[in-house]
Design a protein around this ligand. Structure first.
Ligand code: ATP
Ligand code: MG
Length: 158
């Protein structure tokens, strides 16, 4: 269905804000515009829930999580950036594989099956988007994905 992505993203973040650990701050950088995306809301919520949960889960020292949306030509670029432990370069692509969990010793106590990002990748691609990650060990991780925009002519003016 046709969704105002920014309004929808605010709702998702609001839900996290209501029961987030006290030491973690969610910082929004969302355009004040209407950008329409053709999507399955429940599936997109699964994608965002997993990425934001990861950002929280893998940020042991807390800090700030930046949630950004940028408009690029015919798509939106959504990024979720944490200040957690990061992921080494050689493992960055693998985190989207089924059952892959980087640094077993570190993540074992944090629970999880290693399926979250594999499912997120499938769902983003089903929406004709791409997903990838950037990371600096010790500095944090950014997970990014794109979604094609619907014809913007009306939405831009509102
Ligand atoms: P699940 O999501 O199934 O509960 P999970 O969180 O371990 O388990 P994924 O979400 O698929 O699985 O993530 C795969 C692995 O990628 C994680 O185990 C973790 O090692 C690494 N990872 C994912 N997101 C981050 C992040 N924000 N910071 C550091 N490492 C991350
Ligand atoms: Mg996960």
């Amino acid at each position: 269905e046709k969704i105002d992505f920014i309004a929808y993203f605010h709702e998702v973040i609001d839900r996290f804000d209501m029961n987030i650990p006290e030491h973690i701050t969610l910082q929004r950088e969302l355009p004040k515009k209407h950008y329409f995306v053709w999507m399955d809301k429940d599936k997109m919520t699964q994608v965002l829930d997993n990425i934001i949960s990861n950002a929280i889960k893998y940020s042991p020292e807390g800090g700030t999580i930046r949630l950004r949306v940028e408009k690029q030509r015919h798509r939106l670029l959504i990024s979720i950036q944490d200040q957690g432990l990061g992921i080494t370069y050689d493992k960055l692509d693998k985190i989207f594989d089924r059952f892959y969990r980087a640094d077993k010793a570190r993540t074992r106590k944090l629970g999880g099956t290693g399926l979250g990002l594999a499912i997120s990748k499938e769902l983003v691609e089903a929406h004709y988007g791409k997903i990838w990650a950037k990371s600096k060990e010790g500095k944090g991780t950014t997970v990014l994905f794109t979604l094609p925009l619907m014809n913007q002519k009306r939405g831009d003016r509102k």
